[in-house]
Design a protein around this ligand. Structure first.
Ligand SMILES: C[S@@+](CC[C@H](N)C(=O)[O-])C[C@H]1O[C@@H](n2cnc3c(N)ncnc32)[C@H](O)[C@@H]1O
Length: 255
C-alpha cells in the first residue's frame, strides 16, 4: 500500500506541521499576490454575527481564531489541531483532535471553521459530515480550500522536472486530494445552504526563491529536483520579467 503522505497523521504532526515553519514558507508566496485577499479579515466579517462557541478545526498557528477573538471577545473560541506543535503557538483553550472524530457534542458549536485543512483528512467528506454534526441549529460552518487550478504553473513545472529527471510519477498535490469544487459538492450533501465565495488573484515573483521555497515546503522534495526547478524559473524570469501564476482560493459558508 502506498502511504498517502498528505493525509498521514505521523507525517503531518512530525514533519509538515510539527511547527509553523513550512506553513509560513507557503504563506510567504502571497506577499506577491495581486489583488491581496485578506482571508482572515473576510472570515471575521462573515462570522461576526454567528453565536459561540467557535471551534477552529485544523487551526494551525491560530490566525483565524486570534482575529475572531479580537472581533468578539464575548465568544469562546477553541483551537483544535492534530499537531501539538501548532497548538502551542495557537494558545489555549485548545483540543488535540482529529477533524473526522471531534470530541464535541452534537449541535454544540455556533461557528465551526475548517480552513485549508480538509485536504489532509483521509476521507474529506467524513470531515465535512463531522463539521455538520457539531454545528448548532443556528450556527455556521466556514470551510476554505484552493480551487483545482490553483498555482497550476509551478505544480506542473515541478511535475515535469520529476518526470524528466527521475522517470517517476508526478507528486500528488493537495488540490488533487480535495479542492474547492469537491468541497462545494460535498458541502451541498451535508448542509441546507452553501454560499461559495471565490478569491482569484495573480502572483508575480521577480526571483525564483519564494516559489522554490513554496514547492520545498510540501513533502520530501529532493534538493536536486528543486535546483532544476529553480533554473527553469530563472530562465522564465529572464524572458518574461517575472514568474506569474494564477491563484484561486475559496470559502464555503454553510448552514
Ligand atoms: C494548511 S494548515 C492550515 C492552518 C489554518 N487553518 C490556516 O488556514 O492558517 C493545516 C492544519 O491542519 C492540521 N490538520 C491536518 N489534518 C488534521 C486532522 N485530521 N484533524 C485536525 N487537524 C488536522 C495540520 O496540523 C495543520 O495545522
Amino acid at each position: 500500500m502506498v502511504l498517502d503522505e498528505l493525509a498521514d497523521r505521523t507525517v503531518l504532526t512530525t514533519r509538515e506541521y510539527a511547527t509553523p515553519d513550512r506553513l509560513n514558507a507557503r504563506i510567504a508566496l502571497y506577499a506577491y499576490q495581486e489583488p491581496r485577499h485578506d482571508l482572515v479579515g473576510s472570515a471575521v466579517r462573515l462570522l461576526h454575527r454567528a453565536p459561540g462557541p467557535v471551534l477552529d478545526v485544523g487551526c494551525g498557528p491560530g490566525h483565524y481564531r486570534a482575529a475572531l477573538r479580537v472581533d468578539r471577545p464575548d465568544r469562546a473560541a477553541i483551537a483544535c489541531d492534530l499537531s501539538m506543535g501548532m497548538l502551542l503557538v495557537a494558545g489555549s483553550p485548545a483540543l488535540v483532535a482529529d477533524a473526522a472524530a471531534l470530541p464535541v457534542r452534537d449541535a454544540s458549536c455556533g461557528a465551526v471553521l475548517a480552513m485549508h485543512m480538509l485536504y489532509h483528512v483521509p476521507d474529506p467528506e467524513a470531515g465535512v459530515a463531522e463539521l455538520a454534526r457539531v454545528r448548532a441549529p443556528d450556527g455556521t460552518v466556514l470551510l476554505s480550500t484552493n480551487g483545482a487550478r490553483d498555482k497550476r504553473r509551478p505544480r506542473d513545472l515541478h511535475d515535469e522536472v520529476v518526470r524528466e529527471l527521475t522517470g517517476g510519477p508526478a507528486r500528488r498535490h493537495l488540490t488533487r486530494r480535495f479542492n474547492l469544487e469537491d468541497g462545494e459538492r460535498m458541502a451541498r450533501r451535508h448542509f441546507r445552504t452553501v454560499e461559495r465565495i471565490d478569491f482569484v488573484s495573480t502572483i508575480a515573483v521577480p526571483d525564483p526563491e519564494p516559489v522554490v521555497r513554496w514547492l520545498g515546503s510540501m513533502g520530501d522534495a529532493a534538493p536536486a529536483l528543486l535546483g532544476e526547478v529553480r533554473a527553469r524559473i530563472t530562465a522564465i524570469i529572464e524572458r518574461e520579467g517575472t514568474f506569474r501564476l494564477d491563484a484561486h482560493a475559496g470559502f464555503l459558508l454553510c448552514r
